[in-house]
Design a protein around this ligand. Sequence first.
Ligand code: DAH
Length: 368
Amino acid sequence: MADSQKDQEPTQQVESARKAFEQEFGRFVRFTGISVNLSDLTLEQALLEERALTELRTRHLGKKSELASCKKLIGRVASEQRAPFGQLVQATESALTEELDQADRNLKAYIEAEQSARESIDVTLPGRRPRYGHRHPISLLRERIEDIFVALGYAIEDGREIETDFYNFDALNIPPTHPARGSQDTFYTTDGFALRSQTSTVQIHAMQRRGVPVRMIAPGRVFRRDTPDPTHNPMFFQVEGLCVDRGITMAHLKGTVAEFLSRMFGEDTLTRFRPSYFPFTEPSAEFDFSCFKCKGNGCRICKNSGWIELGGSGMVHPNVLRAVGVDPQEYSGFAFGLGIDRMCALMYGLDDIRLLFENDVRFLEQFE
Ligand code: DAH
């Protein structure tokens, strides 16, 4: 191209520089003039056009442009042609500059207006309403249970989620060989510590701190090395209950559990105790209540048995009382423990307890 330029007449070269410019400038012509409307451009597009325009200016008016080489020719053309040729080059340069400047001014003005519109705040727009949260279904159920026991004169205790072997096992009369102590069932942290696998640990803390007589319940999280499935989760919630005083008998246990269940599920709720075994109680019993859905006739929830299993209970083992320095000759007590998650799943008809822990608000929003 450099060679063909040299062969051209100087005026033809100016003409070709102008033509090349006009051709490329074509798409920017709409930006020139006095009242231009650029509202179809987004701010991002306008910024891109602005950059393209700057590059176009460098190409056609910069040091390496065709017009710049025309300028160098001014000194070399025959002397009688020098003045008109010089004027032609000058006039072309100012025409191109004027067109570029106009487009540039308009684009810049548009960009500035768009940017300040974006930054400004429309104070007349309505505010964003905060979304109100609500308590988790397990917390709602826990609070109902707490209310019932507080009304029966029980205190609410809060335990620790990481426990020593003493609170988790030894003080609860769980022998060193008991399978629950194995690392297959319990999450051990560092030596001698584990995530508590039951809220029964709080019985020990409560008696140590409050002494006896004592009446307390302890709701809280417990942890077991279970593989998650629709009815198991490695973390779940329990409520522990403990009542120790002079002359406490199994009749008090049955009366308390029956009263709790009838306040929870209605006065016609029946309670059933079945003999069982727990290291920290003797005798021990598991308790069931008549299905709140079918009233004992049999349905899907109670698997047609009419009964729902809820928890374990029994008379506090003398060794447990001794572990906290209470004389079992003088004092006796009962204890019970139940799972809140399973109860929650049954009451709301959930097919999978894991839904309770996935923190999906679309699910949780249904339990206000
Ligand atoms: N700790 C038992 C469990 O996790 C539940 C339990 C049973 C608690 C009997 C008690 C009790 O206080 O007396 O399965």
